[in-house]
Design a protein around this ligand. Structure first.
Ligand code: CP3
Length: 335
């Protein structure tokens, strides 16, 4: 079995598996070259291009997994929601969802034919063979809803958090719809050959524990249930120390830990679960000595968990020198 899947099954493989969130994309010159003249959302719908971008970091760095090149907004795009990606800003929604009527009009929509996604996954899996698994992913219902309600990224997600209390019924319908889309997007990737999935609840850390448990977690659980028993499931968010066990209870085989929580503490909070993480992305540009010291400390703390998949504590920053990532993979594989 591949090192990644061994670790996700709770065993310790011979070599430490490593991959990086956002390994495919903006930090690679070969990515900038093939993406030229194509918007990100167009690129996600061109199977050959999406497959090529997915494979680039595997060839360059020798990482132990590919992560599918797409975006958490794709299911919304396929459901006909007007979304644009503004450079330096992120996703922007044409008509933010603010009222019960907006929610009513939205939840009737269905995801259009996802064959461009399936085709891209198949191309990647054919090229990777059995050694290197492809990880599929989706945005979690809260993170999707936060973009839909706010209309763009936000620091405290005030409009979304207000809606969940001002109109709980609409909130629950909105999240149930997002969960259906997330689950379907995961399932499409798994049916086409993805061997694991990761659910990204990037903004869940903005929630109180009570709101997360009552108004969000059941929907994340519904999305994850779409691939239950088919492939191992990883759940990741940032700023989530206060809800780590609630996120794990959504039904997962491993938890992704952001850079703020040391892995030995996370292992104590999540007994028995394989952990993924959590090299601080800031250290990638802090010089090799500081990075090496930090990476070895992360590995040491990771020994408190039954199994450890090395990753960053959030995505690769766009300004990262790709050579540093290649050296980091070599360091970890030599341990
Ligand atoms: O690497 C790149 O920046 C190039 C391609 C790109 C992606 N998304 C790929 C992606 C671009 C330009 C976007 C737009 C986008 N979507 C942004 C702005 C990015 C930026 O910094 O300018 C944001 C914030 C989104 C929304 C989004 N997409 C979130 C919140 C997440 C979850 C992960 C996270 O960063 O918190 C994604 C996932 C995503 N976007 C992936 C990819 C390839 C999959 C996950 C991965 O590769 O690890």
């Amino acid at each position: 079995m591949s090192a990644l899947l061994t670790a996700l099954s709770g065993q310790r493989p011979e070599k430490l598996p490593v991959w990086f969130m956002r390994q495919a994309g903006r930090s690679l010159p070969e990515y900038k070259k093939v993406r030229e003249g194509t918007t990100i959302l167009e690129a996600c719908l061109k199977p050959e291009l999406a497959a090529e971008i997915t494979l680039q970091p595997v060839r360059r760095h020798g990482v132990d997994a590919a992560i599918f090149f797409s975006d958490i907004m794709m299911p919304l795009v396929l459901a006909g929601v007007g979304v644009e990606i503004h450079s330096g800003v992120g996703p922007v929604i044409d008509e933010p969802i603010r009222t019960a009527e907006d929610v009513d009009a939205l939840v009737g929509r269905e995801m259009a034919d996802p064959s461009a996604i399936s085709e891209a996954v198949r191309l990647v899996v054919d090229e990777l063979g059995d050694e290197t698994p492809l990880i599929g992913f989706a945005g979690a219902p809260f993170t999707l809803a936060a973009y839909l309600v706010e209309g763009k990224g936000s620091r405290d997600h005030l409009a979304a958090r207000t809606m969940m209390h001002a109109d709980p019924h609409s909130w629950q319908r909105l999240l149930a719809w997002c969960a259906e889309l997330s689950g379907e997007f995961l399932r499409v990737q798994v049916d086409a050959g993805a061997r694991a999935v990761q659910l990204f609840d990037s903004w869940a850390g903005a929630l109180t524990r009570a709101d997360y448990v009552e108004r969000v977690a059941p929907h994340s659980a519904a999305a994850l249930a779409a691939v239950e028993g088919l492939v191992p499931r990883i759940h990741f968010g940032t700023g989530t120390r206060h809800i780590l066990d609630d996120m794990a209870a959504c039904g997962v085989e491993a938890m992704g830990i952001d850079y703020r929580t040391p892995l030995d503490e996370a292992a104590w909070l999540l007994p028995g679960l394989p952990l993924q993480g959590n090299i601080d992305p800031a250290l990638l540009a802090a010089g090799w000595d500081a990075l090496e010291r930090h990476a070895l400390d992360v590995v040491e703390r990771g020994k408190a968990a039954p199994a450890h998949i090395v990753n960053l504590g959030h995505g690769v920053p766009p300004t990262t020198d790709p050579g540093v990532l290649t050296d980091l993979v070599a360091l970890l594989h030599a341990l």
